[in-house]
Design a protein around this ligand. Structure first.
Ligand SMILES: [Fe+2]
Length: 144
């Protein structure tokens, strides 16, 4: 259970960092494709943000405390913070890399939850993996 708790906290902090990055890109993207990219990053951050509260409460339901501070997020997150204002294409490349990382992370945490027979939790984690697969698809297709 300790291992599952740790993996859940890492995935949660990473998901929050991913959400913030997508929102940052929504605000700061520039270039000829601005309307489409502003909209794409907007859809992505809204979808991910919409999952955050449920994710936090799923963690609480396992008995663990949910990280909720920027310091804890920065220590736990496997999605690196972006402090530069990137060109549009670099934003797409980086968010695709991060979304792929989130898919992998949810795949691993899903297995840990399944091993403990926590099917409600694993169902949620599977849905997050699927959501990121869709985000990855849209980012990848935009880059072609
Ligand atoms: Fe907006």
């Amino acid at each position: 259970m300790d291992e599952l708790h740790r993996a859940l906290k890492i995935a949660f902090a990473s998901e929050f960092a991913f959400y913030l990055k997508a929102h940052n890109f929504h605000w700061n993207v520039e270039g000829p494709a601005f309307p489409q990219l502003h909209e794409l990053f907007g859809k992505i951050y809204e979808e991910v943000y919409g999952s955050i509260d449920t994710f936090a409460e799923e963690i609480r339901a396992t008995g663990a405390y949910t990280p909720g501070s920027l310091t804890k997020f920065s220590v736990l997150s496997l999605v690196d913070d972006e402090v530069e204002t990137l060109p549009a294409e670099s934003m797409l490349v980086e968010l695709l890399e991060d979304s792929t990382k989130m898919e992998e992370m949810f795949k691993i945490v899903f297995r840990a939850a399944e091993e403990l027979g926590m099917h409600g939790l694993s169902d949620f984690l599977a849905s997050r993996q699927d959501a990121h697969a869709k985000h990855s698809w849209m980012l990848r297709s935009t880059l072609k």
